[in-house]
Design a protein around this ligand. Structure first.
Ligand code: C2O
Ligand code: CU
Length: 541
C-alpha cells in the first residue's frame, strides 16, 4: 500500500464558456478539478489550502472514511469550514473502495465547479471483473452558469425562500459541446480504435438534474456504480442521478466515423423549471469517412419518461466478487421510515422571505428542515458540547398515512436533529417520497456507508406487503439511491462505522432547502471499533 500526497489549492480563476468569461472557484486552477488515482488499500493525504474568498470544505464522495469522520467534509456536520487563508489536511484510507468515486466541495454551492474524479484501481496483482480495457476515460457531467455567481445562490435562496437558479448548459469534462456555436471547437473528443474496449468512468456532478446519457450507435455495458461492481448488463442509455458514478464498457465496434456522446435532463416534475439543454462530446474513430460532416446524435429517452429511468435502474444487481461478498442484513434491529418532502413554509419574523405565494420553499426529512448549527455536530458530539444538536429526530411517523396524498400529518419546522445508533445496529431505512409539492426524484446519499437497496416502488410503502417482495439475494449496493418522488426505496446497512454521518438529497436545491439529516453511530467496544482522535489542524468556526 502506498501513501499519496496531494496539495489542493482552492483559488478562483477565469474561464470562458458560451462566449462568456467569469471567475469560478477551482482546485489548482483546473475545471473540472484534478483526477485522483490510487490503488485499493492505498492512503491519500490531501492538504487543502484555501486561497479563495469563500469558506470551503471537501468531501470524498463514496469513500467510507472508516472510523475517521474528521476527514469526511460536510461543513457544520463533521467540520467547520476552512476559512480563506487557512488550510486543512484530509486523510483518506481506501480499505474497501474500488472503482470510480469522486470528490467535491461540501460547502454552500461550491461543488458546482470544485469537483473531480477519484479512481481506485484494483490492488496491484489483482484485476477487474471484466477484460482489461484498452484505455480508460473519465467523463464528468457538469454544468455552466453564464451570469450567476454560484456562491450567491444558497444565500439568496435562504433570504428570499425562492428557487435557486437553473444552469445555462450541461457540460462533459467542462465543455458544453458541439451544439453551441461558441464552444464547438472545444468539444471534448475521445479518439478510439476500432475493435478495442474502453472503460468510461462517468460521474454526475450536476447540481440539480438527473441525466440520461447515451452514445450514438453504441450499446454500453454497465459494470459498476458508486464504486461498487455490479452484474454486467447492457443498455442503450444510462440514467444517472446527481451524486452517482458509473463504470461503463464501450465496445468500439464501428468501423469509422464520428458519434455524439450526449446527456440531458430527466425531469418528472410537472411544470417545474429545469435545464433543458443537451450537452455533447464526440467519439471519434481513427478513421473518419470524408463524407461525414456532422456526427450522429443518439436516441435519448424523452425528458419525462419515468418508465425509462425505472427500466434502467431495475437492472442493477450487486455482484459477488473477490473478497467482497453480497452480505445483506437479514435480522433488523432498527426500522426507520423517513418521509422526504419538498413543500412551502410560512415566512416568519425571524426568517423573513418572499418566495412563491409569499412563502418559502422548504425541504424536509420527517418534516424537519435541517439547519446548519454554528459549530460542527461531530465536534459537539465528541467533546460533549451541549445545545448544538438534538437527539429527538422524529423516527416513526405513521406508516398507514398516505404520503403521496395531499398533506403530511404535521407541519414542517426547522431543526438540527439526529438519530443516534448503537455500534453494529442493523438498520432498515425506508425513504418515502411525498408529493406535497411537485418536484423531482430524490437521489439520497449516505456518508460513511454503502447500503443495499432491498426494494423500491411507486406510491406508499406498505409495511406488510412490500417487505415480502424484497430482494435479499442480490440487491444493488450503492451510496446514492434514487427515490421516486411519489414512491419509496428501502435500504439496509449495518451501523459499523462510528462517527457522525450526513444523509441528504444530492439535488442541491433540495439540500439547500433542508433535505438533510444526520446519523450518529456510537463507538464500539474495542479500540479498533472507535473513532480516531481529531487531527490537530481541525478548523475552528
Ligand atoms: Cu456527494 Cu454529501 O455528498
Ligand atoms: Cu431531493
Amino acid at each position: 500500500a502506498n501513501i499519496h500526497h496531494h496539495t489542493f489549492t482552492i483559488k478562483s480563476k477565469a474561464y470562458t464558456r458560451l462566449c462568456n468569461t467569469k471567475k469560478i472557484l477551482t482546485v489548482n486552477g483546473e475545471f473540472p478539478g484534478p483526477t485522483l488515482k490510487a490503488y485499493r488499500g492505498d492512503k491519500l493525504v490531501v492538504n487543502v489550502i484555501n486561497n479563495a474568498n469563500y469558506n470551503i470544505t471537501l468531501h470524498w464522495h463514496g469513500a467510507r472514511q472508516v472510523r475517521n469522520p474528521w476527514s469526511d467534509g460536510p461543513e457544520y456536520v463533521t467540520q467547520c469550514p476552512i476559512r480563506p487563508g487557512e488550510s486543512y489536511v484530509y486523510r483518506i484510507d481506501l480499505a474497501v473502495e474500488e472503482g470510480t468515486i469522486w470528490w467535491h466541495a461540501h460547502s454552500q454551492w461550491a461543488r458546482a465547479t470544485v469537483h473531480g474524479a477519484f479512481i481506485i484501481y484494483p490492488k496491484l496483482g489483482s484485476s477487474y471483473p471484466f477484460p482489461k480495457p484498452y484505455r480508460e476515460i473519465p467523463l464528468i457531467l457538469g454544468e455552466w452558469w453564464k451570469k450567476k455567481n454560484i456562491m450567491d445562490i444558497p444565500t439568496n435562496a435562504n433570504k428570499t425562500g425562492g428557487e435557486p437558479a437553473i444552469s445555462d448548459a450541461f457540460t462533459i469534462n467542462g465543455q458544453p459541446g458541439f451544439l453551441y456555436s461558441c464552444s464547438k471547437p472545444d468539444t471534448f473528443t475521445m479518439t478510439v480504435v476500432h475493435g478495442r474496449q474502453y472503460l468510461l468512468r462517468i460521474i454526475n456532478a450536476v447540481m440539480d438534474e438527473e441525466l440520461f446519457f447515451a452514445i450514438a450507435n453504441h450499446t454500453l455495458t454497465v459494470v459498476a456504480k458508486d464504486g461498487l461492481y455490479l452484474k454486467h448488463f447492457e443498455s442503450d442509455y444510462l440514467m444517472i442521478t446527481p451524486g452517482q458514478s458509473m463504470d461503463v464498457l464501450l465496445h468500439a465496434n464501428q468501423l469509422s466515423g464520428r458519434y455524439f456522446v450526449a446527456a440531458r435532463a430527466y425531469s418528472s416534475a410537472f411544470g417545474a423549471g429545469f435545464d433543458k439543454t443537451t450537452t455533447t462530446a464526440i467519439l471519434q474513430y481513427e478513421v473518419v469517412s470524408l463524407n461525414q460532416s456532422q456526427p450522429v446524435l443518439p436516441n435519448l429517452p424523452p425528458y419525462n419518461r419515468t418508465e425509462a429511468t425505472t427500466r434502467f435502474t431495475n437492472q442493477i444487481r450487486s455482484y459477488r466478487f473477490g473478497d467482497r461478498p453480497v452480505n445483506v442484513p437479514v435480522k433488523i434491529d432498527t426500522r426507520l421510515l423517513y418521509a422526504i418532502s419538498v413543500n412551502l413554509m410560512n415566512c416568519t419574523d425571524d426568517k423573513p422571505c418572499n418566495g412563491p405565494f409569499g412563502k418559502r420553499f422548504s425541504s424536509s426529512v420527517n418534516n424537519i428542515s435541517f439547519v446548519n448549527p454554528s459549530i460542527d455536530i461531530l465536534r459537539a458530539y465528541y467533546r460533549r458540547i451541549g445545545g448544538v444538536f438534538q437527539e429527538d429526530f422524529p423516527r416513526n411517523p405513521p406508516t398507514e398515512f398516505n404520503y403521496t396524498g395531499e398533506n403530511l400529518p404535521f407541519p414542517t419546522r426547522f431543526g438540527t436533529k439526529v438519530v443516534v445508533l448503537d455500534f453494529n445496529t442493523s438498520v432498515e431505512l425506508v425513504l418515502q417520497g411525498t408529493n406535497v409539492l411537485a418536484s423531482d426524484n430524490h437521489p439520497i446519499h449516505l456518508h460513511g456507508y454503502s447500503f443495499y437497496v432491498v426494494g423500491s416502488g411507486f406510491g406508499n410503502f406498505d409495511s406488510r406487503k412490500d417487505p415480502l417482495r424484497y430482494n435479499l439475494v442480490d440487491p444493488p449496493e450503492e451510496t446514492t439511491v434514487g427515490v421516486p418522488r411519489n414512491g419509496w426505496a428501502a435500504v439496509r446497512f449495518i451501523a459499523n462505522n462510528p462517527g457522525v454521518w450526513l444523509l441528504h438529497c444530492h439535488i442541491e436545491r433540495h439540500a439547500t432547502w433542508g433535505m438533510n439529516t444526520v446519523f450518529i453511530v456510537k463507538d464500539g467496544p474495542t479500540t479498533s471499533s472507535r473513532m480516531v482522535k481529531p487531527p490537530p489542524d481541525l478548523p475552528s468556526c
